[in-house]
Design a protein around this ligand. Structure first.
Ligand code: P1T
Length: 383
């Protein structure tokens, strides 16, 4: 089955008891047992639930593997990986750009408990080599990164890490499995904020961790039940619904974002455009090689002050000002005061996360309307 067919059919046969074409929502906390300890594979919905299991099967199949644990949010999924694969005294290497919530999870939750972590330009092989320590347990890789869309050679990083016996986690949220398949490039674990492209409609929060085998996933699977940050059956069903159009949506996101990026790169009010689909992007060749599309997020540094950037972000018509990305409806955010505000200002300055940066999540509206919106607003508010 190819991915677009799989998203619609895989693990989703009509309900045998009623013939319902669409899988029911198993809204139940518990399952009646035939005898104490004898049941039909489900005993309690925190541990397992048929709707969640279907979602996990479909997500795994889309990433080309068979094992997935769904969580109540992307951050809950990340937390389970960090808890399951690291201990106090261990060390994690990550990308220079990461989602602000991931930074906070490392910096303010796991850091104080003794986890060390280094942000490193994974494109610089010498810097990457130097970043490894005997205690390094994970390389945590966003590609493209949030919010500046840096792209890293996943296959190369995986082979370097493998030689050292270190696992690689790829946060595949920005690409989605339609554009990029990290397991084929050597990743050990894939994590998603399902909230974004997978669910696709900005109507729920959810996460997932995927692995090639259940043995690798075991620490995460244990924590899914033991700490209980599981998604509701209804949210799992909504994601199953959203996934049916994933291929179509991503194709349009890719197309609209490419056009927006080309337009913005040529605009005099824009100092710098970050989009892997632009030949000027430093990771363009790698992105062409390791992905089949460049995604729906475009970031720009505007000329002018941070206040100008904030005004621009607040003035667009179709790009609504809000956190998140990956939904059908376009969004815009000012990372320094929104998604990446949990990174202290001095640290943002060190990382080069400018106050003039604006991040666009280009939706699936008619791309011409989106370009008109950008042109008109830059005309009014451009620096
Ligand atoms: O929001 P949540 O579902 O918990 O997922 C966290 C997360 C993990 N990884 C990446 C790459 C992300 O972008 C996110 C969430 N990001 C936003 C809310 C945002 O606006 O960037």
């Amino acid at each position: 089955m190819r991915p677009d067919t799989l998203a619609i059919h895989f693990a989703q046969d009509p309900d045998p008891s009623t013939g319902a074409l669409v899988a029911p929502i198993h809204a139940t906390s518990t399952f009646v047992q035939d005898e104490p300890g004898v049941h039909r594979g489900f005993d309690y919905s925190r541990t397992n639930n048929p709707t969640r299991r279907t979602l996990e099967q479909v997500l795994a199949a889309l990433e080309g593997v068979r094992h997935c644990a769904a969580f109540a949010s992307g951050l809950a999924a990340e937390h389970a990986i960090l808890q399951g694969f690291t201990s106090p005294g261990d060390h994690v290497i990550t990308t220079p750009d990461v989602y602000g919530g991931t930074f906070r999870l490392l910096n303010a939750v796991h850091g104080p408990k003794g986890l060390a972590w280094t942000q490193c330009d994974l494109a610089d092989e010498r810097a990457l080599d130097a970043a490894f320590r005997p205690e390094t347990k994970l390389v945590w890789l966003e590609s493209p990164t949030n919010p500046r869309l840096f792209v890293f050679d996943i296959e190369k990083v995986c082979s370097i890490a493998r030689r050292r016996g270190v696992r690689v986690v790829v946060d595949n949220t920005f690409a989605s499995p339609v554009n990029q398949r990290p397991f084929a490039l050597g990743a050990d674990l894939v994590v998603h904020s399902v909230t974004k492209y997978l669910a696709g409609h900005s109507d729920l929060i959810q996460g997932a961790v995927l692995a090639r085998d259940e043995e690798t996933l075991a620490p995460v699977r244990f924590l899914q039940n033991a700490t209980g940050a599981v998604p509701s059956p209804f949210d799992c069903w909504l994601t199953l619904r959203g996934l049916k159009t994933l291929g179509l949506r991503i194709a349009r996101h890719n197309e609209n974002a490419q056009r927006a990026a080309e337009f913005l790169a040529a605009h005099p009010a824009v100092a710098r455009t970050y989009y892997p689909g632009l030949p000027s992007h430093p990771g363009h060749e790698i992105a062409r090689r390791q992905s089949s599309g460049f995604g729906g997020v475009v970031s720009v540094e505007l000329r002018g002050t941070g206040a100008d950037a904030r005004r621009f972000a607040s003035s667009l018509r179709y790009f609504r000002l809000g956190e998140s990305l990956g939904g059908v409806k376009s969004l815009v955010c000012h990372p320094a005061s929104m998604t990446h505000a949990s990174i202290p200002a001095a640290e943002r300055a060190r990382l080069g996360l400018s106050d003039s940066l604006v991040r666009l999540s280009v939706g699936i509206e008619d791309g011409r309307d989106l370009l008109d919106d950008l042109a008109e607003t830059l005309g009014r508010c451009g620096g």
